[in-house]
Design a protein around this ligand. Structure first.
Ligand SMILES: [Cu+2]
Length: 665
């Protein structure tokens, strides 16, 4: 159902079929282009053990993606051990920014798995053509499009139940295609109570509820011209965050776009797409259900983004190129009102994001030069201009007390350049790349005001005068693909200058009761992050697939101390039996002890763990109706564990039995 595309410009880790495809395609230079762009490959419904898993559950299977968890819902994705401020997450190329100062609402939380055709994961500086301000990589969530084909209507009904948390999922999707018009539409609902950890203890405040409505349409104006549109409305309500001190009353996202597309424009230009988009995110936090709240707080946040991009694809001789221009304007604001217990005292009001405005406009050039059948060279560069500041006079005056010579708005120039060389030698593919890129401080890093971080128990203040962070990246990858087995190894190294991170400032006093102190974002002279992945696959007795993954990462600051939230050595192995209608699998996932943790940022030693999961699936056919049933047990051994990425060590789910049902009508 959902496919995962991994930019082969970065890492091989995910799927060996992609590499095999690359190999086959390398024979014809024309097809090579298409493969290198997205390395598109699939985890189709029969091969996926849990088709109605959340996007988060799906993402965590990917080689260089991890997820930071603060509860049962809306996990924060990281790429190459870099989180929201260093990566780009887009929906069909649209920029969307979270409305929560506590990172409760990553962009991935506003879509549903059934909305998606595939997820494009790009590693590093050249990760995603639509990304801005990203160093670690980009996730582009590609929406389902029925497309202009012969007339066809497809309706699916989906339902799932999970025992742990009494988790219910129901949804329906529709896809209609014709030569003139197509549409996709869907409605999806999830609701879970508190889940239980491995020792059968309930993790309080881990409940959630989510409703998602989605539609996409396309209309063909002529043989080569078409318009397309998207509307997504997503509401999460009563979402608990057991790792944080607050929950969410409601998180609403409205995401819209309209685009114009023209194909086969001339001999040189074959595709031109221009998209206008607007999205509005409204986030309301809630602490009224928590016991023993020292001081009740109201903390609403909102984020609105309007933007456009125009992308032209062309081919000239041995050059396959993309020219893209994009602009966006974002308004992020969040506030906090504290109500003292003694009603005689007045409520205190603060702008935590003082109506922050960001305008960014940039030009991307990408060229893939096919030197010959065995060698290609790709060069990508992006130059952008950014103007950001605080629109609220109240917020500006407050920040000025800390930075007397700050200006209300400021301009920044950003750029990145990267190159990648690929060599094909029979069954072997070799890649080597280098790059340099910069990013502007995020709204929190530049203008955040007394944002409490429950991880290290500090309050954070931004610095509008931070320098841009920059990084040099080097990466290599090797892949060997044979009909029955494959091996791939990849590594990336980032050397940061002016790395942005919060450091304690003892001259400032805290506002939150019980906080350890105040940290201010600063530029560290340098920092490094290293990632390596090994993947193997072996197919035997025709139907058995044995996959293995090993991952290792390291991150250090300028004093060789560990950076926070860097994954320890991790491993997974899975054995699947896949025969036309029947599939079954067992897998084991684990990590070693997190030795290199950052005590300074609130981390402690995370013990080693492993868990075992198992599943079976069958595709039935009853006349015109084709139900697919998947049943599985997660954490079969009911282990109580948490990983390095679990905020405040909240334990993960204990044993969970699930059933997924999908009916094609
Ligand atoms: Cu929030």
């Amino acid at each position: 159902m959902i496919k995962t595309a991994l930019c082969t410009g970065c890492c091989f880790g995910l799927n060996f079929l992609a590499i095999a495809q690359n190999k086959a395609d390398s024979i014809k230079s024309r097809e090579l282009k298409e493969v290198v762009v997205t390395g598109k490959t699939g985890l189709d419904s029969i091969n996926e053990s849990k088709p109605l898993s959340s996007i988060d559950e799906h993402l965590q299977k990917l080689s260089n993606v991890n997820l930071i968890k603060r509860g049962g819902y809306a996990w924060e994705p990281t790429i190459n051990n870099m989180a929201t401020e260093r990566i780009s997450v887009t929906i069909d190329g649209m920029k969307i920014f979270c409305a929560c100062t506590d990172r409760m609402d990553p962009v991935t939380s506003y879509v549903e798995i059934l909305n998606l055709d595939n997820i494009h994961v790009g590693s590093g500086l050249a990760g995603n053509l639509h990304s801005t301000n990203s160093i670690g990589g980009g996730l582009d969530l590609k929406l389902q499009k029925a497309g202009f084909h012969a007339q066809k209507l497809n309706v699916t009904l989906n339902s799932a139940y999970e025992t742990n948390g009494n988790y219910r999922i129901i949804g329906s999707g529709l896809a209609y295609s014709s030569l003139k018009f197509y549409t996709n539409a869907g409605i999806f609902y999830r609701k879970s109570d508190d889940y239980k950890a491995g020792d059968n203890s309930t993790v309080n405040f881990s409940q959630f509820e989510k409703l998602n409505m989605f539609t996409n349409f396309g209309y063909r104006l002529s043989a080569q011209k078409s318009i397309e549109g998207t509307v997504i409305y997503d509401v999460a309500s009563n979402v608990g965050y057991p790792a944080l001190t607050m929950d969410v009353k409601s998180a609403k996202g409205l995401i819209t776009s309209l685009s114009y597309r023209q194909e086969n424009i001339s001999e040189v230009f074959f595709n031109w797409e221009t998209k206008l988009y607007f999205n509005n995110i409204i986030h309301v936090m809630d602490d009224t259900k928590r016991p023993n709240v020292a001081m009740h707080m109201d903390m609403p946040g909102k984020s609105r983004t309007g933007g456009y991009y125009s992308t032209l694809n062309g081919r000239l001789g041995k050059h396959n190129f993309v020219i893209s221009h994009d602009s966006y304007y974002n308004q992020s604001s969040a506030e906090m009102t504290m109500y003292p217990k003694d009603a005689a005292n007045k409520p205190m009001f603060m702008y935590t994001w003082p109506d922050i405005r960001t305008f960014n406009t940039g030009l991307t050039l990408d060229d893939r030069y096919i030197i010959d059948l065995k060698n290609t060279l790709q060069l990508t560069t992006k130059t952008s201009f950014q103007r950001d500041g605080v629109e609220s006079t109240f917020g500006y005056n407050t920040l000025q007390m800390y930075y007397p010579d700050m200006t209300q708005y400021q301009n920044r120039g950003l750029w990145s350049v990267s190159g990648k060389y690929t060599h094909y030698l029979q069954d072997i593919q070799l890649k080597a790349g280098v790059g340099y890129g910069t990013r502007a401080p995020s709204p929190t890093e530049a203008y955040g005001f007394y944002l409490y971080n429950s991880f290290d128990n500090y309050e954070y203040i931004g610095d509008p005068q931070l320098k841009n962070e920059s990084s040099v990246e080097g990466n290599i990858a090797f892949a060997l693909t044979k009909p029955t087995y494959s091996i791939s190894l990849d590594g990336s190294y980032f050397y940061f200058s002016n790395y942005i991170i919060g450091k304690p400032n003892t001259s400032l006093s805290t506002m939150t009761i019980g906080a350890s102190g105040v940290k201010v974002y600063q530029n560290l002279n340098h920092a490094t992050i290293f990632n390596a992945n090994l993947n193997t696959k072996y197919i035997f007795l025709k139907y058995f697939h044995w996959l293995n993954h090993l991952g290792y990462s390291q991150g250090q600051d300028n004093k060789n101390n560990p950076l926070p939230l860097i994954a320890p050595f991790s491993y997974s192995t899975s054995l699947d039996y896949v025969n036309k209608k029947f599939s079954a699998g067992v897998d084991l996932q684990g990590a070693t002890k997190q030795v290199n943790y950052s005590a300074e940022y609130g981390e402690d030693l995370t013990p080693a763990y492993f868990i075992v999961n198992t599943s079976v699936g069958y595709d039935f056919i009853f006349g015109h109706v084709a139900p697919t049933v998947k049943i599985g047990i997660e954490n079969v051994l009911d282990r109580k564990y948490s990983t390095y990425a679990d905020w405040n060590n909240i334990p993960r789910k204990g044993r969970n039995v699930y059933i997924n049902l999908k009916i094609n009508l």
